[in-house]
Write a protein that binds this ligand. Sequence first.
Ligand code: PAF
Length: 257
Amino acid sequence: MRIIKTVREYLNGRDGINKGSTGFVPTMGALHRGHQSLIESSTSDCDATVVSIYVNPTQFNSANDLGNYPDTLDQDINLLESLGVDFLFLPSYDDIYPDRYRYTIEESEFSRQLCGSHREGHFTGVMTVVMKLLNIVRPTAAYFGEKDFQQFQLIREMVEAFFMDVKIVPCPTVRETDGLALSSRNLNLDAGSRKKAPLIHELMANDVTDGQISEQLGEAGFDVDYVETHSGRRYVAATIGNDNKQVRLIDNVAVGG
Ligand code: PAF
């Protein structure tokens, strides 16, 4: 696996990288089996697979959350090598934001709902960095997990809105055996919170109202941002933890047949 650390190096070598079909998996590292399934889809569909690891500060709306984001780079590199990834792109802030984030991609409706209404500017940060990464890598296909379903939808629509020549491929949420959706943030759960965390998935698939789920999560000690159903999909975001470490978990499932 070749590691590419600058945009310049990527652009200079792109003709050699994008020879046939190129699959791209953008990540923020702390890789887990969810990322692994995205990478496996890419390696089975495409001639070459590029993974990026970049913890994008513009999508964090709390310095604490950014500071606590897990960093497991050495392990990540080993995993990527074992999965047969061809290129790892590891850019720096100066490389990605030479404009100091003066230029942004904004969506004015769906990005303001659900997570967007609790994390101001989050999706502007996500869409801006994904647009930049897609423009640098120019893949044939890019892979996104359905765990972040709102993110996946916004990116798919952004690509359509800007006539971008890339296929956005959704991949199913990967879960622990107790139902907890895999997330890099799960590494920050203390033992007590880890035990409670699967309750989110357990409740959300039940035939009860959003309000009832919210109430039950509240009673179990979660601080609930939202439980909402839109277009046949139920979305939940809730925070669990102690004063030292709070972990915000999100999940979604298709509901109502
Ligand atoms: O889902 C993520 O890990 C991030 O939001 C992404 C798509 C890599 C953009 O920073």
